[in-house]
Write a protein that binds this ligand. Structure first.
Ligand code: HEM
Ligand code: HEM
Length: 176
């Protein structure tokens, strides 16, 4: 299997980025919702730290994925079944990337405005002063961006099902 994308199929690295992100996200979203329902305790702090570490890893992963995509464009070959189809697909992909960045960056800003120092794996960073109003605003963004992600992923999967069963254009072969 080739590491680079071709005109008709994603390469190994793009496939790995896609499926690793998928597996991490299907765990991380419910994990976040579970976390907020827990009583305040040492265990909750521990779990929140794990949530943050996974979240920051997703941020780096998406950043590297986009850098890779910039140097190695996605497969361009797509059969169109109706006008605007390619645009809708691209818009869905763009918004998926945007929602992942919005979730991770708003989570980071929430914690930084709480006055906490965060480990960004390669370095640590914290703001000098806290601002609880902004912290809460970014947390609201964090929550709504998660709902947006869920809606976009549902559309994404629905599109794949339609491609596979209605258009029968073997779209899954591109990414598996
Ligand atoms: C968390 C869930 C998922 C996210 C965030 C996600 C995200 C993405 C993104 C951003 C792309 C565009 C890649 C690029 O060219 O830059 C993509 C492509 C694709 N995804 Fe997903 N995906 C998810 C789940 C799935 C699932 C479950 C399936 C299969 C059922 C799937 C099938 C595909 C296919 C077939 C493509 C290629 C589409 C094309 O090139 O026309 N994805 N995905
Ligand atoms: C892809 C990455 C991430 C996903 C999918 C995600 C998802 C979620 C979800 C669904 C919630 C529950 C929201 C609610 O209903 O109130 C949550 C809570 C939270 N998230 Fe994230 N998150 C991610 C990354 C991050 C990052 C990078 C940070 C911080 C650096 C962060 C910090 C938090 C905090 C502090 C909470 C509240 C937990 C608590 O109250 O104990 N998240 N997250």
């Amino acid at each position: 299997m080739k590491i680079f994308n071709s005109k008709s199929e994603y390469g190994l690295l793009a496939k790995l980025f896609h499926w690793v992100t998928f597996i991490v996200l299907i765990a991380q979203v419910p994990f976040g919702f579970y976390l907020v329902g827990l009583e305040f305790s040492d265990e909750r702090i521990e779990l929140e730290n794990i949530h943050i570490l996974i979240g920051i890893t997703v941020f780096y992963l998406t950043l590297f994925r986009l850098i890779w995509k910039f140097f190695n464009p996605s497969p361009s070959e797509t059969r169109s079944f109706f006008k605007g189809q390619v645009f809708i697909g691209k818009a869905n992909h763009f918004l998926l990337y945007l929602s992942i960045f919005t979730i991770t960056i708003s989570g980071i800003l929430k914690k930084l405005y709480m006055g906490e120092t965060l480990s960004f794996i390669f370095f640590k960073y914290g703001f000098e002063k806290d601002n609880f109003v902004l912290a809460d605003a970014y947390y609201q963004v964090h929550i709504y961006a998660n709902y947006l992600l869920l809606a976009l992923v549902s559309l994404h999967i629905l599109a794949v099902i339609i491609h596979h069963f209605v258009f029968k254009d073997k779209i899954l072969k591109k990414i598996t």
